[in-house]
Ligand binder design. Structure first.
Ligand code: ADP
Length: 436
């Protein structure tokens, strides 16, 4: 070993009075062997089996020395070393490469990448504690300037080659993922269509049944029959609303939905939504505060889709607010836009979830607790409602976002959803394809 006195490990901390060694290695045999030998010699050994995990462990544990395998499954040991050296906290830390690679130039390349030393496998467990102690005392390997220059350029070439290979790999995988995503979207859409056709018939027949005089009489005569029929109709309605949600979102995702823009009475739409939720809100002692005189009469938009979007946001405010709470609907028009706010006094949304709840099929919280009820406290759904809202709002050229202090089922910080819509939907023709 070419050794010379070098920097000490100033700045690194030990846990208790033990010196900490981080060993980054994917081979379980080597891991067990080195861990045993060094622990026996009195060191505290922490391990990582992948390069990126090694970087995170190094930052968390701040070891006194790192033993690094070169051939790791993700980042190579050399790349991990170079990355660590870019962080001031690890600039002088002894990093010792431990590898089975024995080709010419490998040692020089490893030193060029920033390693302090280079030990070859198989590991001599009797000598290892002493070698580690030497590096801890400040020893480091040296390479003559010419070899180092050559090694630097060979290492850079390796990096560029690997980068190119990884980019090609990622492009191929992305292509494959896009293809699978499309197959999934088509499958969802086809399945929902296939289900909707017979369901429409079932729905129609259930309505006819309900209206027929025989059934009406039977319902009046028997409480049991009334429960059966009402339960049947309610379930069919719920099923068709789920299928419609799935169809709408898959249309939004695949760009197969059309905006039909025309004069849209926002106050009326919201008024209808409030009426639909009035009964369940009353049952749960929830106040829905809405003053139609504060809402602009007309904007240019697709009324049906906007109603669907707003229905979901108001429904969520009801779902995620415990009994006795308040849901406040407001609207602030200005010269080019309107800002609709839906504010609740519910469980709130964590900062982390705020960015993700608008994604398809994302439901925060425990899905086990979810039912498909639109009004029960914490009754959930498929995680499609807000994705539909965002698709619809953005298709109008608007924005949707949420503000909340965080999720807390005790303190109930509440959430406020903001929907900014242009007075005139961003479209030149009356019908326009969405491309979300
Ligand atoms: P879901 O059908 O599950 O309600 P959404 O897309 O409508 O799907 O909402 C996604 C998730 O966002 C919900 O599962 C819920 O955890 C959270 N969320 C939406 N609105 C609110 C709200 N007003 N308060 C608290 N959490 C909410």
């Amino acid at each position: 070993m070419h050794s010379s006195a070098g920097d000490t490990t100033e700045g690194n901390q030990s846990v208790g009075d033990k010196t900490t060694i981080l060993y980054i290695e994917d081979d379980p045999g080597s891991l067990a062997l080195v861990q045993r030998a060094l622990s026996y010699a009195g060191y505290r050994v922490v391990t990582a089996t992948r390069g990126i995990e090694g970087l995170d462990t190094a930052k968390r544990e701040m070891p006194d020395l790192i033993l690094m395998d070169i051939n790791l499954p993700d980042l190579s040991g050399r790349e991990v070393t170079t990355k660590l050296r870019s962080d001031a906290r690890f600039r002088t830390l002894p990093i010792i490469a431990l590898t089975a690679l024995s080709q010419a130039g490998e040692r020089e390349k490893t030193i060029a990448a920033g390693a302090t030393g280079y030990l070859t496998k198989p590991i001599d467990v009797d000598k290892l504690p002493e070698q580690v102690a030497t590096f801890l005392a400040g020893a480091r390997e040296t390479v003559d300037v010419d070899s180092l220059m050559q090694a630097h350029s060979a290492y850079h070439q390796d990096l560029v080659n690997r980068l190119e290979m990884k980019i090609r790999e990622l492009e191929t995988r992305n292509e494959e993922l896009r293809r699978l995503d499309k197959i999934k979207d088509d499958f969802i859409q086809l399945t929902a269509h296939e289900l909707r056709t017979p369901l429409t018939l079932v729905y129609g027949y259930s309505r006819l049944l309900q209206e027929s005089s025989i059934v009406r009489r039977l319902k009046e005569e028997s409480a049991e029959i009334r429960t059966f029929i009402d339960g049947l109709v309610e379930s069919i309605e719920r099923m068709s609303s789920v299928i419609n949600e799935v169809l709408t979102i898959s249309r939004i995702a695949t760009g197969r939905i059309e905006l039909s823009v025309g004069p849209t009475n926002l106050a009326e739409i919201v008024g209808q939504i409030v009426t639909q939720f009035a009964q369940p809100a009353q049952q749960r002692n929830l106040l829905i505060s809405f003053d139609p005189t504060q809402w602009p009469t007309f904007i240019q938009a697709d009324g049906d889709l906007l109603e669907l979007a707003l229905y979901n946001v108001v429904g969520n405010a009801i779902k995620y607010t415990p009994d006795g709470g308040v849901v406040t609907l407001n609207c602030k028009p200005n010269s080019t836009t309107v800002l609709v706010t839906v504010k609740d006094t519910g469980i709130g949304i964590s900062k982390e979830d705020q960015a993700r709840i608008f994604d398809r099929f994302y439901t925060a919280g425990d899905t086990q607790l979810h039912s498909t009820s639109k009004t029960a406290y914490r009754g959930g759904g498929l995680g499609l409602g807000l994705a539909i809202c965002r698709g619809v709002v953005e298709a109008h050229g608007g924005r949707i976002w949420v503000e909340s202090e965080g999720r807390d089922e005790e303190k109930l910080p509440g959430s406020t959803f903001y929907i900014e819509l242009p007075l005139q939907a961003r479209t030149s023709s009356p019908r326009r394809m969405l491309a979300t």
